[in-house]
Design a protein around this ligand. Structure first.
Ligand SMILES: Cc1cc2nc3c(=O)[nH]c(=O)nc-3n(C[C@H](O)[C@H](O)[C@H](O)COP(=O)(O)OP(=O)(O)OC[C@H]3O[C@@H](n4cnc5c(N)ncnc54)[C@H](O)[C@@H]3O)c2cc1C
Length: 371
């Protein structure tokens, strides 16, 4: 017999899992179908930063959306301990963007001023730190001579991203949702009562359909003749041997995991779906990282990988109905780790037929047509 759901989500990365969890909390009969790894690289390969600062001047709604998500993370982390039994290792660590040279310091300072001005009376929580203040914040690190200071934001934080994804999935299942793993969606057709989804494991029926397949949304939405403007954006990440707890707050591009390894990576490359590793990129990132924190040069690299960001062409999320469909939805976001808490809180009502909240109302597909 075919499985049947009120809502079927295609894609069990951090986006699909967050929405599935939120729907299960509301008692909706939800299923999440997910293909076999390594298709889902982004949710399994990211840095785990809850990052709000220095983002998106001119896009106040997105700034607010990120900060609102960050504010919900503490509560979500505690809730997930109970519903999934998993500690996502959330730390309200704050976050730091180090500046190399006077020019970068001035540039960051000007950008922060502009963000503050744009925020107006609501205020903007980021601040600049002088080198002395940075050294006081991270007393166990000797910074390179060219480090001039940094930006600081107390609202930034860190999670263990794999644990976040699995906690959302397990939490959903414990609340009555169904995870259908290792199953590839091959075809989807609209029926009178909803959708018929064909997988390599049989057929599934649903009333409402959510496409949360990351880069896979391009093929999935293509089945309805819809083009989703997301592109792969490659990142290369390096992991060092373990170090003592000298980095209580992550630097953008350099974080310490709870296990003690240091994760380094900040490159963005548009090279299609090529995930090969390149030594010259490694050298570039290693030079940048050791200019900031010279002692990193003494550490052994124990692992390196590259993976593809799911990058909406303007960098902002897409939450919309599939054009012409009342009960079919497309969800895509970069920074979907940062946004996981607000996805749990806000997207389920949208999927169940309500208007999306005002802050997210502009994240439509049609904004790309306008351009
Ligand atoms: C190097 C790097 C560092 C990053 N660091 C951060 C960070 O610090 N903080 C942050 O907020 N974000 C970060 N990101 C971004 C973040 O990882 C992504 O925004 C997020 O993982 C996207 O999740 P997703 O669920 O939308 O997509 P995906 O992770 O791609 O998941 C999509 C899922 O859909 C499934 N799927 C696709 N097609 C099908 C199909 N036909 N049938 C069944 N299943 C299908 C896939 O198997 C996959 O599991 C980083 C990304 C990279 C690459």
């Amino acid at each position: 017999m075919r499985q049947n759901f009120d809502v079927l989500i295609v894609g069990g990365g951090v986006t699909g899992a967050a929405v599935g969890y939120g729907l299960a909390k509301k008692g909706v009969k939800v299923g999440v179908v997910d293909a076999t790894p390594p298709v889902d690289r982004a949710s399994r390969s990211n840095m785990g930063l809850i990052w709000c600062q220095s983002k998106a001047l001119g896009h106040r709604n997105y700034v607010e959306w990120c900060f609102n998500s960050s504010k919900l993370f503490g509560e979500l982390a505690e809730e997930l301990k109970k519903t999934s039994g998993i500690d996502i290792e959330y730390t309200e660590s704050g976050g730091i963007i180090p500046c190399l040279g006077e020019e970068e310091f001035t540039k960051r300072s000007d950008y922060l001023d502009a963000l503050r001005k744009e925020a107006g009376e609501e205020g903007y929580p980021g601040t600049m730190m002088t080198r002395d203040e940075l050294e006081a914040k991270l007393p166990n690190i000797t910074f390179g001579p060219n480090v001039t200071g940094a930006t600081w934001c107390a609202e930034d934080g860190l999670v263990e991203p794999l644990k976040l994804m699995f906690a959302l999935r397990h939490g959903m299942a414990n609340l009555g949702g169904t995870l259908i793993p290792d199953t590839n969606v091959i075809d989807i057709v609209k029926t009178d009562s909803g959708y018929l989804v064909t997988t390599d494991n049989g057929e599934i029926e649903c009333t409402r359909l959510v496409l949360a397949g990351g880069l896979g949304n391009r093929q999935l939405a293509g089945k309805f003749g819809v083009s989703v403007p997301v592109v792969p954006n490659k990142g290369q990440v390096f992991l060092t041997e373990r170090v003592p707890d000298v980095l209580p707050s992550p630097l953008l591009g350099i974080t310490r995991t709870r296990g003690g390894t240091i994760m380094i990576g900040f490159e963005h490359e548009y090279v299609g779906t090529d995930t090969s590793l390149h030594t010259e990129k490694f050298c570039h990132v290693a030079k940048w990282a050791t200019d900031i924190w010279p002692a990193l040069a003494d550490l052994r690299i124990i692992r390196t990988w590259s993976c593809l960001r799911v990058w909406p062409k303007d960098g902002f999320p897409i939450y919309d109905k599939i054009p012409g469909h009342e009960n079919g939805f497309i969800l895509n976001a970069h920074s979907a780790v940062t946004l996981a808490a607000i996805h749990v809180a806000e997207l389920p009502d949208f999927i169940m037929g309500n208007d999306i909240c005002k802050t997210a109302a502009d994240f439509t597909l049609s904004r790309f047509d306008e351009k």
